[in-house]
Design a protein around this ligand. Structure first.
Ligand code: NAD
Length: 413
């Protein structure tokens, strides 16, 4: 079983790109180091009167192509190496999408499931206050990530605005619509996944109408990806959440499954379906598999058993470094996460532009712009995959690193 420090994966990917792109060693040296790491100790008065100190991080990986951009996660496992790796991937994701941002990531090691709303608000406001000089609309723009949501973004915006003395909605994205959030943001990541699946099917020569689709994870990414792929004519044969999967070979209705999950809090028991485990779900015979739950779901242990023709990485890191190689060797077309799930950051970018211009675009306009950006990025990555005869995953890395390295060269240190 592979157990890689996520930052080691980043370094391996940079070395691969350096060799293929024949990068100048001084650029490679820069690419391997985050520009700034901020670590704070955040004392919070808990509801029971005790003071607890939480460790918070913000890593600004790269600012060469624009201000830093990246989510903030609340999770007990948050640690510096993970945040460093996620910050590097954010800068690559923005470069792949060709949006004018660098990359960042933040996090607080805490267990939000065990904290009250009041404790979470105090934590979010105190964390923001402690990094207030480091963030800003032209410096570093946070967004939601694992276990942070639009409410947390509203608290960040409010804390920052109080400090400035006037409203600054453009300091964060993923806000509630009432506070300057964008139309289409909620569906954006799933929409980007569905667009990548459609483009991949076109490339591989699979007819989308009737194509069998399996989606692991039925949260923000998975449910919208399934809904939109069904709308494109696909047959959704299996879905899952943390409790397990449901399967129906003739195809199930995603909208009814969303309604059922909202009502009961689970997928199991959904009418007319067989119950399966998450492991079985990944190994189903299908045209398109979308792992949209957690990292490391397809590893060297099960990569040989995957029967999909296309895998679209909805989650961050659902296919391990080693498993990607195996799938590529087996002729399975994998759309990597930094391309497949970049719809979210792309609409975050649209939100930032709307805030800076004090505009509010329609959902139709947002979706049209997202469609254009996703198709262009997919084709840019595909062109490089063909040019270097590498997988889409390697090509996405090459494209991102080439764009960042080219920008660095123009600054000629
Ligand atoms: P979410 O919390 O809304 O949903 C996660 C889903 O996965 C839930 O349905 C949960 O039940 C399910 N799940 C949890 N453990 C599981 C397991 N062991 N097997 C199967 N399903 C399981 O999260 P999300 O926002 O949909 O994010 C999913 C992934 O996509 C994460 O890796 C996240 O980092 C990534 N991502 C999300 C966005 C976004 O805009 N939401 C953007 C980019 C990347």
């Amino acid at each position: 079983m592979e157990k890689l420090n996520p930052f080691d994966t980043i370094l391996k990917q940079i070395d691969m790109a350096a060799e293929k792109l024949k990068l100048d060693p001084s650029i490679v040296e820069r690419l391997k180091h985050p520009r700034k790491i901020i670590i704070v100790s955040i004392p919070i008065r808990m509801d029971d009167g005790r003071v607890k100190v939480f460790t918070g991080y913000r890593v600004q990986y790269d600012m060469t192509r624009g201000p830093c951009k990246g989510g903030i996660r609340y999770h007990p496992d948050v640690n510096l190496d993970e945040i460093k790796a996620l910050a590097a991937w954010m800068s690559w994701k923005c470069a792949v999408m060709d949006i004018p941002y660098g990359g960042a990531k933040g996090g607080v090691a805490c267990n939000p499931k065990e904290m009250s709303r009041g404790e979470l608000e105090r934590l979010t406001r105190a964390y923001t206050a402690m990094i207030i000089d480091e963030i800003g609309p032209y410096k570093d723009i946070p967004a939601p990530d694992v276990y942070t949501d639009s409410q947390a973004m509203a608290w960040i915006m409010d804390t920052y605005s109080q400090f400035k003395g006037y409203p600054v909605p453009e300091v964060v994205t993923g806000k509630p619509i009432e506070l300057g959030g964008s139309e289409g943001r909620e569906e954006a990541t799933g929409r980007g996944v569905a667009i990548c699946a459609r483009e991949a099917a076109k490339h591989v020569g699979i007819e989308l109408r009737g194509a069998r689709v399996v989606v692991q994870g039925f949260g923000n990414v998975g449910k919208f990806a399934a809904k939109l792929l069904q709308g494109m004519g696909c047959r959704i044969i299996a879905l899952s959440d943390s409790r397990g999967g449901i399967y129906k070979e003739s195809g199930l209705d995603t909208l009814a499954a969303i309604e059922y999950k909202n009502r009961t809090g689970r997928l199991s028991g959904f009418q007319g379906c067989e119950e399966i485990t998450n492991e079985e779900l990944l190994e189903l015979e299908c045209e398109i598999l979308v792992p949209a739950a957690l990292e490391n779901q397809i590893t060297e242990t099960n990569a040989d058993k995957i029967k999909a023709k296309i895998v679209v990485e909805g989650a961050n890191g659902p296919v391990s470094f080693g498993a990607r190689k195996i799938l590529h060797q087996r002729g399975i077309f994998v759309v990597p996460d930094i391309l497949a799930n970049a719809g979210g950051v792309t609409v975050s970018y649209f939100e930032w532009i709307q805030n800076l211009r004090r505009e509010h675009w329609t959902e139709k306009e947002v979706n049209q712009r997202l469609e254009e950006k996703m198709v262009k990025a997919f084709n840019d990555v595909l062109a490089l995959a063909k040019q270097y005869n590498v997988s889409m995953a390697d090509a996405a890395c090459l494209l991102a690193i080439r764009r960042i390295a080219d920008a660095m060269k123009k600054l000629s240190l």
